[in-house]
Design a protein around this ligand. Structure first.
Ligand SMILES: [Zn+2]
Length: 168
């Protein structure tokens, strides 16, 4: 399993619903390992090349969660601006406004439906990962000028064949 870095078509596509949520368990466990190895707190299936609607979340240190076919059913009008980074965007940090509190519905990797309320870092990470399932990156949520600066730099790195893994 390999991390997909920007630019890549799979990161810009809307991912497909998972017909049977219980089938993602083996892949999700591998994604958790990759996320931990990269010091991430979330990883969405398109980031490992799978255009399917699920992601893993590792905000709680020893309690990873899997969200299959997730949907935000309520969100607070209040938003919070804070810095975000993304495993698919090496060395990029951007300030993104996100709803402060969300209620999310999903299935877990055993095929059980659940609903949870998230706030703080969890709410931010869930919104970031859900964006991935819709082909949206955090750099799509900042102003165009800044975004162009960042994408030019990332595309130059890509041309030179320098990836996050080969960088010091
Ligand atoms: Zn990301």
């Amino acid at each position: 399993m390999e991390l997909v870095l920007y630019p890549a078509g799979v990161l810009e596509r809307r991912a497909a619903l998972v017909p049977d949520p219980s089938t993602v368990a083996p892949v999700a466990h591998e994604m958790v390992r990759l996320m931990r190895a990269q010091n991430g707190i979330g990883l969405a299936a398109p980031q490992v090349g799978l255009s399917m609607r699920f992601f893993v979340l590792g905000v709680d240190r020893d309690r990873e969660r899997v969200f299959v076919n997730p949907r935000i059913v309520r969100k607070s009008r209040r938003t919070i601006r804070s810095e975000e980074s993304c495993l698919s965007l090496p060395d990029v940090t951007v300030e993104v406004p996100r709803a402060a509190v969300i209620d999310v519905r999903a299935w877990d990797e055993h095929g059980e439906p659940f609903e949870m309320r998230a706030r703080g870092l969890s709410a931010r990470a869930i919104q970031h990962e859900l964006d991935h399932l819709n082909g949206v990156l955090c750099i799509d949520r900042i102003d165009t000028k800044r975004r162009e600066r960042i994408t030019r730099r990332l595309e130059a790195l890509d041309r030179d064949g320098i990836t996050a893994r080969s960088a010091p």
